[in-house]
Write a protein that binds this ligand. Structure first.
Ligand code: URP
Ligand code: ZN
Ligand code: ZN
Ligand code: ZN
Length: 491
């Protein structure tokens, strides 16, 4: 079967009708008569996808490119990170704008500059790191004018990004009024600080101290607290990087009770475990330091199961790369190891191999978890996350019979290390089409800086449906029945 690609980004006008339902996965060999029966004009490239899956390009909901963090800046910028993404079948990502000294507008402008070298489409979330009238007003500007529809609150990183419950409540209320999605990094930052002191007192200074100082119970506590506060405000909540059973069970409980909570595991949490943090070689161990930490064996499997049974909804990467020199900032003290791991290039392959090849999820689920659900949550469906007339031509071809091998010598990230080094698996993204252009084919990358576009995201996604009604019901339950009290005055 032939798969037609038009040279410009008007792919959607193609006569090939590949599906109209959500989500879409089409084995092109099923459409076996089209190539013979349709005329194609000059300048049309034909790609043979016989026996392969044609799917919407991946969307990574969670990345940190060119992020200033822990005294350094992530090694992947908006070009190298995106080049890696495209080589791995991801055609859009949503990055976190960090305000400049708490100022949202300054932060937004800085990220607009950083993103000018983009090779693929991208959107922004924004972190909220302090609270005052100006921040509250700027949130409005971000949502109404700048295309941001989600704000992240860090409950950890005491002394830098961390906010307290007071701010969390103000932020949740403001998000709700704007129809923006509240997101949390859920770890109890005060307790983490205490845990770090404990490790230092015990003389544990190496990377294992990172995991030991912030155990799963601190992630579970913060996840539960954020969920309860979001429930109290009655606004939807998105929990980023769910890394532990403890946090996942809080999400499960809330969803079972009907609360609108989204749980996002990241690839590292699904497929790695923390035993590497005890490696005697500092670099080998330090490259796995991220927050919340990669957990003990068992957590990853439980997160995989939660994905397959619907407790968790989509998979991100939290791609936040630092090279060995940067990781060495913490050679004497784990608290100074820049937190973060790679994943943008590897996510699609590892989710396919871990979840689909193993039989835990279907191919349709795969499309939903790596693309469509992200597009729905961030309100860009069906422009993204679908192959439909009118959608952007972000498409991949995955060969289920081919295989991949991950190697830092050949990956496209600028980092000299890879937390998935040496992993092999089945299924390979052989072609990536971004905005109607073939950018990855025959293991050759044709990423062009400046081609990527900023994707504005509208507020009030589907999670806000029914929120007003629930508020009205709550208010009327407070008013009725009216309690009549009599006062007894002593004679
Ligand atoms: O270790 C991590 N996750 N680094 C990136 C910042 C964050 O918390 O998402
Ligand atoms: Zn985080
Ligand atoms: Zn992150
Ligand atoms: Zn290698």
């Amino acid at each position: 079967m032939d798969f037609r690609r038009y040279p410009e980004s008007n792919f959607c006008s193609t006569p090939i009708k590949i599906g109209s339902l959500f989500p879409i996965v089409v084995l092109l060999s099923l459409l076996s008569t089209l190539s013979e029966s349709n005329q194609v004009g000059d300048g049309v490239t034909i790609i043979d996808a016989t026996g392969k899956y044609v799917m919407p390009g991946g969307i990574d909901p969670h990345t940190h490119l060119a992020m200033e963090f822990m005294g350094t800046e992530t090694i992947d910028d908006f070009f190298s990170g995106q080049a890696a993404a495209l080589a791995g079948g991801t055609t859009m990502h949503i990055d976190f704008v960090i305000p400049v000294n708490g100022n949202l507008t300054a932060g937004f402008e800085a990220y607009v500059e950083k993103a000018k070298i983009s090779a693929m489409d991208y959107g922004f979330h924004m972190a909220i790191t302090k609270w005052d009238e100006a921040v509250s007003k700027d949130m409005e500007v971000m949502v109404k004018d700048k295309g941001i529809n989600s704000f992240k609150f860090f409950m950890a990183y005491k002394g830098s990004l961390m906010i307290n419950d007071d701010l969390l409540l103000e932020g949740f209320k403001k998000c709700k009024s704007l129809g923006a999605l509240a997101m949390v990094h859920a770890e109890n930052g005060d307790a983490v600080f205490e845990g770090q002191k404990r490790m230092i007192e015990l003389g544990i200074m190496g990377p294992e101290g990172h995991a030991l100082s912030r155990p799963p119970q601190l992630e579970g506590e913060a996840t539960g607290r954020a969920i309860r506060l979001a429930g109290f405000v009655n606004t939807p909540l998105y929990v980023v990087h769910v890394m532990s059973i403890d946090a996942m069970e809080e999400v499960a409980k809330a969803r079972k009770s009907g609360q609108k909570v989204i749980g996002e595991p990241v690839v590292s949490g699904l497929v790695l475990d923390d035993t590497v943090l005890w490696d005697s070689d500092f670099q080998t161990a330090a490259k796995f330091v991220m927050s919340p930490p990669i957990r003990a064996p068992g957590h990853g499997k439980a997160l995989q199961a939660a994905l397959s049974n619907g407790v968790l909804q989509l998979v991100g990467t939290d791609h936040c790369t630092f090279n060995s020199t940067q990781k060495s900032l913490g050679i004497d003290d784990f608290r100074k190891i820049p937190n973060g791991v790679n994943g943008l290039e590897e996510r699609m392959h590892l989710v396919w191999d871990t979840m689909v090849v193993s039989g835990q999820i279907s191919v349709t689920d795969f499309v939903r978890m790596t693309s469509t659900e992200c597009a729905r949550i961030f309100n860009i469906y069906p422009r993204k996350g679908a192959i439909l007339v009118g959608s952007d031509a972000d498409i991949i071809i995955l060969n289920p019979n081919s295989s991949f091998e991950i190697c830092s010598k050949s990956h496209h990230s600028r980092s000299d290390t890879n937390v998935y080094e040496g992993r092999k698996g089945k299924g390979k993204v052989e072609v990536t089409i971004a905005g109607g252009r073939v950018v990855w084919e025959n293991d050759e990358l044709k990423a062009v800086p400046g081609r990527g576009k900023y994707v504005k995201m509208r507020p009030f996604n589907y999670l806000f449906d029914g929120i007003e009604k629930a508020d009205a019901e709550y208010l009327s339950s407070l008013r009725a029945p009216v309690i009549r009290r009599t006062m007894h005055v002593a004679a």
